[in-house]
Ligand binder design. Structure first.
Ligand SMILES: [Fe+2]
Ligand SMILES: [Fe+2]
Length: 369
């Protein structure tokens, strides 16, 4: 344990010191907007002394998470949302948009608004860091993954991959359970077990994916569940990290952004329940069950139960409570990184990308009040 910690600290100081060394340019370049020799000599407070070091680390991890979220939502908006001046890029794909609309007629608007929200989270957090003289996060050098070739998508480099996803749909039963909580070590059944195995596109990869109907519907259904999977992650991440924030203003930022992730999640949970039952004609292993019929249905699956079921919290001796879950703070940033990586979101990314994200996550997880 002790050795592990030491290795990790040594590696991190290498990355940070590397920011000033030309030989480490491939590791550090582009991540932090201000490359500064001051970074290697951080005291208890960052640089200008106006931002606690742990708070800066938490905000930087959140900025990175928001940059990644924006990148994935941008891809959804180009094909299935509403490209406009607020969320520019792409020209829409009518077939994919129509398949998403089966889940709700307003899906395109919600996708647009979620994308815009993430973009503002990213820009705000970085601007706040900058206003305090702290280093900001820039992942531009890692925009190397391919775009969808389907009509409507921009052909640009991406940070995230939406075409080979393994989607954990256990949040569906986690928020419906009245006697289990992941913070107590409990695990939860999948709503769509086949989405959590193999790799599935959540956007059409090319125009061949637009037919037959049930195939593009399976892709839209995958997106519908992925939206909930992503946003429940954000819903937990903010309260998890808030517990280790020091300055009241930074706490205010985290407490003001976090609940918007819960608003997103609540919306997507409602829409995912409308995903039509079907088997993908181009991948017979991908089956969307009827969530309201046996062996599903009941309290754990019933699609209109979209408010969090009260469950155990802190101690089994206390009464059950309607809560976000999980909210345990230990290792939260690394947990999110693992969750996003296992989802397949970063398939094709370089070792340097993973090293930098690990570095940001470890720094955030070391922050203390
Ligand atoms: Fe966000
Ligand atoms: Fe979000």
């Amino acid at each position: 344990m002790k050795n592990q910690l030491k290795t990790s600290i040594n590696r991190r100081s290498f990355v940070k010191n590397g920011l000033t060394a030309a030989s480490a340019a491939t590791v550090g370049a582009g991540l932090l907007a201000h490359t500064s020799t001051v970074l290697a000599h951080d005291g208890p407070e960052e640089r200008s002394g106006r931002l606690d070091r742990g708070d800066a680390a938490i905000l930087r991890f959140l900025a990175a998470a928001e940059i990644l979220e924006t990148d994935l939502w941008q891809q959804y908006n180009e094909l299935g949302g509403i490209p406009d001046s607020e969320v520019p890029g792409g020209s829409g794909n009518p077939t994919y948009t129509a398949a998403l609309a089966v889940l709700d007629a307003d899906m395109a608007q919600y996708i647009h608004d979620n994308t815009e929200d993430e973009l503002t989270h990213e820009v705000f957090i970085n601007a706040y860091l900058d206003s305090k003289g702290a280093d900001t996060v820039n992942l531009d050098q890692f925009r190397t993954l391919p775009s969808s070739k389907a009509t409507g998508a921009q052909q640009i480099g991406r940070l995230t991959n939406l075409m080979q996803l393994t989607v954990d749909t256990s949040w569906w039963t986690r928020y419906r359970s009245g006697d289990k909580n992941p913070d107590f070590g409990d695990s939860f059944d999948q709503a769509v077990p086949s989405l959590n195995k193999g790799q599935h596109p959540a956007i059409p990869r090319d125009d061949d994916d637009l037919t037959p109907n049930d195939h593009i519907q399976a892709i839209a259904n995958t997106a519908g569940f992925h939206f909930g999977t992503i946003e429940q992650g954000g819903t937990s991440l903010y309260p998890q990290l808030a517990q280790r924030v020091t300055h009241p203003e930074v706490l205010r930022i985290v407490l003001s952004i976090g609940p918007t992730e819960a608003m997103h999640f609540q919306t997507w949970q409602d829409k995912a329940g409308n995903a039509p039952a079907l088997t993908d004609p181009k991948d017979s292993s991908l089956i969307f069950p009827d969530l309201n019929s046996p062996p599903l249905g009941g309290e754990e699956f019933q699609t209109n139960l979209i408010m969090p079921e009260p469950t155990i919290f802190l101690s089994r001796k206390l009464p059950t409570c309607s809560i976000v879950r999980p909210t345990a703070t230990k290792g939260a940033a690394m947990g999110v990184l693992k969750f996003l990586t296992e989802m397949g979101l970063f398939i094709g990314q370089s070792p340097a990308f993973f090293e930098l994200l690990r570095d940001l996550a470890e720094d955030a997880d070391e922050a203390k009040r």
